[in-house]
Ligand binder design. Structure first.
Ligand code: DAK
Length: 260
């Protein structure tokens, strides 16, 4: 499918999905959100894709938030539809069986930070600036930001960021655990691709079930989480990948995983 606002490049099991509207700092309008929904849906169904990198075009921004100019004139009904669309994109990323890495190359603000937080982990460039400026617009985060940020860094730091609306830089985002690693701008994509390639080279089902166990386990009590983990672990013993992975170890050769 052709997209007006997205670029998709696939190589060696890794898809790089770039939001490509740098003139508005890749702000999320209804059209971009609709295209993201379609693209992510397709990538999830594509067995050749084992991991996805999500990034923004240009040197300034990952995504500077939801499109304020579009939202400014929305009716309540349009606002509701817009909110549902955005939430569907965030949920899709979380429910995809394959990992999505956010490569935050500049501003990740409001809905842009929510998009990054919906991903499985975040790498950032030294140019990254992240924050939730919604309160400066008289609103609050609405694409899962209050929930995901507080779960990730704890309520106190999340409170500070969300109540003040102030941005923090890459160094602080790293120290606070919002991003996993920070790289020079010209290294960011290569480093994200390195991580994605490592994921693409291991057992697809093991990764998918681990993503499922982590995401769903966080919504359970510890004992239920352990039980859930054990049931997924058990299912892996019915797969060719488990047999191949262990046989390859014993035979001192590289495993060739085939499960999709
Ligand atoms: N929306 C629309 N246009 C934006 C934009 C945005 N979020 N951010 C930047 N732009 C546009 C600018 O208007 C400008 O366009 P022109 O004026 O040239 O036409 C162009 O991008 C370049 O931006 P600047 O000239 O401002 O660039 P600077 O380097 O001076 O400043 C900046 C960069 C990122 C600090 C600044 O652009 C800025 O403050 N942008 C707004 C950031 C922001 O407030 N983001 C949060 C948006 S609110 C919902 C759920 C969630 C949400 C909404 C609804 N529901 C459940 C219903 C989410 C809300 C948000 O994300």
């Amino acid at each position: 499918m052709e997209f007006k606002n997205l670029l998709i490049e696939t190589a060696d099991g890794v898809a790089t999905l770039t939001i490509n509207s740098p003139r508005t700092l890749n702000a999320l309008n209804s059209e971009v959100l609709g295209e993201l929904e379609c693209a992510l849906f397709e990538l999830n169904l594509n067995d050749a894709v084992k991991a996805v990198i999500l990034t923004g075009a240009g040197e300034k921004a990952f995504v500077a938030g939801a499109d304020i100019k579009e939202m400014a004139t929305m009716t309540a009904h349009e606002g509701h539809r817009f909110g549902l669309k955005g939430q569907r994109v965030m949920m899709l990323i979380e429910k995809m069986t394959k990992p999505v890495i956010a490569a935050v190359n500049g501003y990740a603000l409001g809905g842009g930070l929510e998009l990054a937080l919906a991903c499985d982990f975040i790498y950032a460039s030294t140019r990254a600036k992240v924050g939730f400026p919604e309160v400066t617009l008289g609103i609050m985060p609405g694409f899962g930001g209050t929930q995901n940020l507080a779960r990730l860094i704890g309520p106190n730091r999340a409170n500070e960021m969300i109540f003040t609306g102030k941005m923090i830089d890459a160094e602080k985002a790293l120290a606070w655990g919002i991003v996993n690693e920070v790289f020079a701008p010209d290294e960011l994509l290569a480093k994200a691709r390195e991580a994605a390639a490592a994921i693409a080279g291991v057992g697809t089902l093991g990764v998918a079930y681990a993503k499922d166990a982590i995401a769903n386990g966080l919504n359970m009590g510890k004992e239920d989480g352990f039980r859930y983990e054990a049931s997924l672990f058990g299912v892996l013993f019915a797969t060719d990948d488990q047999k191949e992975g262990m046989a390859a170890f014993v035979e001192k050769r590289k495993a060739v995983f085939t499960e999709k």
